[in-house]
Design a protein around this ligand. Structure first.
Ligand code: UT7
Length: 324
């Protein structure tokens, strides 16, 4: 039996820090409201020279270095993003040759905040079926580019960044299972109202940007319910108990959602990797950013059992159970 295992992780954040106090200067909000409702204290925002591709490139470079693999041996490159630099070529294609990858398959997966979990599931399947031995997987976003900085209901929530992993074939697990789901009936709760094929007619309404809209409190309720179901589905599929988990690495949208998941899993918060306080919601980048942080600072060790989960626009949701 072939499994995939994480050989190395990497991440990249923009240098520019925007605190809640900075936002108080430009919109009707308060540090107290943002902290109490979301857990966010600050977020990183891309400079004009930074894009989803440049952040991805650096995160991937670090993952390749940590994994100690030759980029020429990578068989597939999958990037989860909902904010690509261009309609096409994909971020994966823009970055592929800069990293020294061969003419391997390179693609973006758009599953909004679940993009990294979706990308990881594609990579895992390629390795399990024997079509690839080494796969580079990345989640990268610049949601600041689709944020209306005049609107407090969304502007305080998001940040930019990228995270990556190198997966390689192994006789030992590794990734035990991945689970992905979607329900397009919820398409209007978290969306951009303009786009390529639909056209850009709504741009004036969005102040000239393809703005992100969210009915936050409705998304919140569905997110908690749905994530509760998927972590249970993931444990059941592997015949494991909550107590078998060492770490929860959740999507970082809101500290209250993260805490609800920890309660459902009977996990103490010191076994939950939290970055939302410093990164905000970085969409598809949030899970690999949190993973890389906890691997690098030594909290996550080889052999630990990890539950990764994410929920986002679509709605999409997904999880991965990993023996690190
Ligand atoms: O990553 C994809 C998935 N995304 C999520 O899972 C996000 C889920 N949703 C959330 O995290 C929360 O719903 C939010 C953080 C977005 C909002 O928190 P909430 O507790 O659901 O607040 P709310 O939207 O019900 O708004 C409560 C009040 C409103 O005022 P009134 O109508 O009660 O007078 C808002 O106008 O808070 C007001 N408000 C703000 N006040 C100060 C909304 N945004 C702000 C703000 N500063 N930035």
């Amino acid at each position: 039996m072939i499994y995939s295992r994480i050989a190395g992780t990497g991440s990249q954040l923009p240098d520019k820090v925007v605190s809640n106090h900075d936002l108080e200067q430009i919109m009707d909000t308060s540090d107290q409201w943002i902290r109490e409702r979301t857990g966010i204290c600050e977020r990183r925002i891309a400079a004009d020279t930074e894009t989803s591709a440049t952040l991805a490139e650096e995160a991937c470079r670090k993952a390749i270095e940590t994994a100690d693999v030759d980029p020429a041996e990578i068989d597939l490159f999958v990037v989860g993003t909902t904010t690509p630099d261009l309609v096409f070529p994909s971020v994966a294609c823009l970055v592929q040759k800069k990293l020294g990858l061969p003419d391997c398959g390179a693609m973006d997966v758009n599953a909004a905040c679940s993009g990294f979990i979706y990308a990881l599931s594609v990579a895992d399947k390629y390795i399990r079926c024997g079509d690839a031995r080494k796969v580079l997987v990345c989640g990268t976003e610049t949601l600041s580019r689709i944020t209306n900085w005049k609107k407090r209901d969304t502007a305080v929530l998001f940040g930019d960044g990228a995270g990556a992993v190198v997966l390689e074939a192994s006789e030992q697990p590794g990734i035990l299972s991945t689970h992905v789901h979607a329900n397009g009936d919820y398409k209007d709760l978290l969306t951009t109202k303009v786009g390529v094929s639909r056209g850009w007619d709504g741009m004036a309404e969005s102040d000239g940007i393809p703005e992100l809209f969210m009915k936050g409190n409705e998304v919140f309720k569905v997110a908690v319910r749905t994530l509760g179901r998927i972590v249970q589905e993931t444990l059941s599929a592997n015949k494991l108990e909550k107590s078998d988990l060492d770490w929860l690495i959740p999507h970082q949208a809101n500290l209250r959602i993260i805490a609800a998941m920890a309660r459902m899993l009977d996990m103490n918060m010191d076994h939950v990797v939290v970055t939302v306080d410093r990164h905000g919601n970085t969409s598809a980048a949030s899970v690999p950013l949190a993973l890389d942080e906890a691997v690098r600072d030594g909290r996550i060790k080889r052999g630990d059992m990890l539950m990764l989960e994410a929920f986002g626009g679509g709605f999409t949701w997904g999880s991965a159970l990993i023996r690190y």
